[in-house]
Design a protein. Structure first.
Length: 155
């Protein structure tokens, strides 16, 4: 549990540091890394991906708090049986907290990674954590949870 908390703090700190660098260095001019493919830019996102539910800050704050409470409950009740399951929830938690900090302090989320090759939304470190954690959690639920729940006598 302590390692999970440390990992969350490290990931949230990384997310906030990258956002700080974005605000201080990219507000005026994006940095093109690969022409017409990938650049670093500054975007104020008041919604979710593709600005879905734009300006619904209280909805996002409420949903984030609920999700964080459910994750805390799952850890407290020891409902996650493998390291992969724990890592997935650590990533989701860190990403949720990183974007929650932005929504509370700014009223929007700061995004910076722009993949231009396809029509893909600009994203940030917290988003990467949420997506990777979500993929790992789906894998965990599909292939590991039931097997280890039976071993733990929980199923």
């Amino acid at each position: 549990m302590i390692l999970s908390i440390i990992a969350i703090v490290v990931l949230v700190s990384l997310d906030q540091f990258v956002k700080y660098l974005t605000v201080t260095h990219l507000m005026l001019k994006p940095i093109v890394l690969i022409e017409n493919i990938f650049e670093l830019t500054y975007v104020e996102n008041k919604g979710a991906a593709w600005s879905i539910l734009e300006n619904q800050i209280w909805f996002f704050i409420l949903m984030t708090v609920i999700i964080l409470a459910l994750i805390a409950y799952a850890f407290y009740k020891k409902m996650i049986y493998t390291k992969l399951g724990q890592i997935s929830l650590v990533l989701i938690c860190a990403g949720a907290i990183g974007n929650l900090i932005d929504r509370i302090t700014h009223g929007y989320v700061i995004d910076m990674f722009s993949f231009k090759l396809i029509n893909f939304p600009v994203f940030n470190v917290a988003d990467i954590c949420i997506v990777c954690g979500g993929i790992l959690f789906v894998y965990y639920m599909m292939f590991q949870h039931d097997k280890y729940a039976e071993k733990a006598g929980k199923k």
